[in-house]
Design a binder for this molecule. Structure first.
Ligand SMILES: *[C@@H]1O[C@H](CO)[C@@H](O)[C@H](O)[C@H]1NC(C)=O
Ligand SMILES: *[C@@H]1O[C@H](CO)[C@@H](O)[C@H](O)[C@H]1NC(C)=O
Ligand SMILES: *[C@@H]1O[C@H](CO)[C@@H](O)[C@H](O)[C@H]1NC(C)=O
Length: 346
């Protein structure tokens, strides 16, 4: 239903309900009173509705930019099957064609989205990716899907300039993409805080960090505290009451830390600090911090840790950055999650 149709419906209710009552022998003053009360109720209702996400989708469905054609409906319980993947054959993990999805309920089928699917799904979106080098690889996977290979080559150099942001507007798809170099959790928290004062929110926000903190601070409790402030800033974006926002909150995803292959790390400092024991304790902090949807938080996990473990040692040369396949898979998981979420929203 469009806003115009809704307006007409409201007008009819305001007009005809009191007229019907008049038919039941109410005095003209009472009719005027009911008519006024109804009008005020409806007017207040329409203004309050955007604060309640479920109701606002009934009233303003056009705010959801995703997918006008109709993929098969999948319930939100399918989200938990998205990471059930394996990579074949074991020796050549360089192309997405090697990816296989393990068995799952028939109505939770996973779709590999093509360039045109993604063009439609993300058309008109503003995407922010904030994080460390893992996030950069994720952006590369996204650009690989959105752009022709020829235009990608020129871009890759800019994207991988050390420690810098990267911005691109892809006019064919109407996609605006900002990569914000945010190696520490506090950097991501400032990105989230700044979003509270903008007039438009991104449709999609992907964030993730941890390895820099592990290398330079190496203190899991401190990491946990940083995640707690991050969660607060993230939660205030999705809950309009605390921030005064009435805009649609972004879909939010958290890029988990990759599995570390300690013996392959390329400096002594890394080998000493990025151990499996500390990695485990950092991952636990993410679980306990409440940032993830599974613990009531705003971010859905893209589990790079599990994907990189499945891909294994053959998929990395430096023990911490993995083949494109891992990030492409994470991207497809995100796109499928978006499809599922947007179906729940419509
Ligand atoms: C994106 O949307 C615009 C306007 O709605 C449309 O003209 C364009 O063809 C769409 N692009 C894609 C790739 O779907
Ligand atoms: C990220 O945070 C660190 C520590 O708070 C700070 O020194 C650095 O300047 C920040 N970097 C960016 C890009 O904001
Ligand atoms: C680790 O961080 C916590 C919280 O910031 C701090 O209280 C503690 O002293 C730190 N531990 C070490 C060994 O620096």
């Amino acid at each position: 239903m469009t806003a115009a149709q809704l307006g007409v419906l409201c007008a009819c209710v305001v007009l005809f309900v009191p007229m019907g009552m008049a038919g039941w022998h109410l005095s003209r003053n009472k009719v005027l009173f009911f008519s006024g009360a109804l009008f005020i109720t409806l007017a207040v209702g329409v203004h309050i509705a955007p604060y309640f996400p479920a109701a606002s989708h009934l009233i303003f469905p056009s705010l959801s930019p995703y997918y006008s054609s109709s993929p098969p409906f999948r319930s939100s319980s399918c989200l938990s099957f998205l990471h059930d993947v394996s990579f074949f054959p074991s020796h050549a993990p360089s192309s997405f064609d090697w990816l296989r999805f393990r068995s799952r309920p028939a109505d939770c089928d996973f779709q590999k989205l093509s360039r045109s699917d993604v063009g439609e799904l993300l058309n008109g979106s503003w995407i922010i990716v904030a994080g460390d080098s893992q996030a950069r690889f994720f952006v590369l996977a996204l650009l690989r899907l959105l752009l022709e290979p020829s235009s990608l080559e020129a871009i890759q150099g800019d994207l991988f300039r050390r420690h810098s942001d990267y911005h691109i507007h892809i006019s064919d798809q109407g996609v605006k993409l900002d990569f914000l170099w945010s190696p520490f959790e506090s950097n991501i928290t400032s990105v989230l805080r700044q979003l509270r004062s903008v007039s438009r929110l991104p449709e999609l926000l992907v964030a993730g960090s941890g390895l820099w903190h592990m290398l330079h601070v190496n203190n899991a409790s401190d990491y946990g505290e940083a995640l707690t402030s991050l969660r607060r800033s993230g939660a205030s974006l999705v809950s309009p009451f605390s921030s005064g926002l009435v805009m649609q909150p972004p879909h939010m995803f958290w890029l988990g830390m990759p599995k570390l292959m300690n013996s392959m790390l390329n400096t002594e400092e890394k080998k000493e600090r990025l151990t499996n024991v500390i990695w485990e304790s950092y991952c636990q902090k993410v679980d306990y911090s409440g940032i993830l949807t599974q613990s009531g938080g705003p971010f859905l996990l893209l589990d790079i840790g599990s994907l990189s473990r499945i891909c294994g040692q053959k998929c990395t040369t430096d023990g911490m950055h993995y083949e494109g396949l891992v990030y492409e898979t994470a991207l497809q998981i995100m796109l499928n999650a978006l499809l599922i979420e947007s179906q729940q929203r419509i």
